[in-house]
Design a protein around this ligand. Sequence first.
Ligand code: ZN
Length: 63
Amino acid sequence: MSARDFFHSLSSIGPVQIGTGRDRQGRPRHVAVCTAEGCGWSSDYASRAAATLAARTHRCRIA
Ligand SMILES: [Zn+2]
């Protein structure tokens, strides 16, 4: 399953995209994914604020 299939309401902060989806239990999750080629960083959070903060503070080793 690709990130694009999982996400909706995508937004971007620098190279990091934030989307929302649901986990296997149907709970909403906020996912931050770095799109920089070769980085591969991603993480998910219980709140959009947390995901946004993580995106802002992500120190990309590529970009
Ligand atoms: Zn990165």
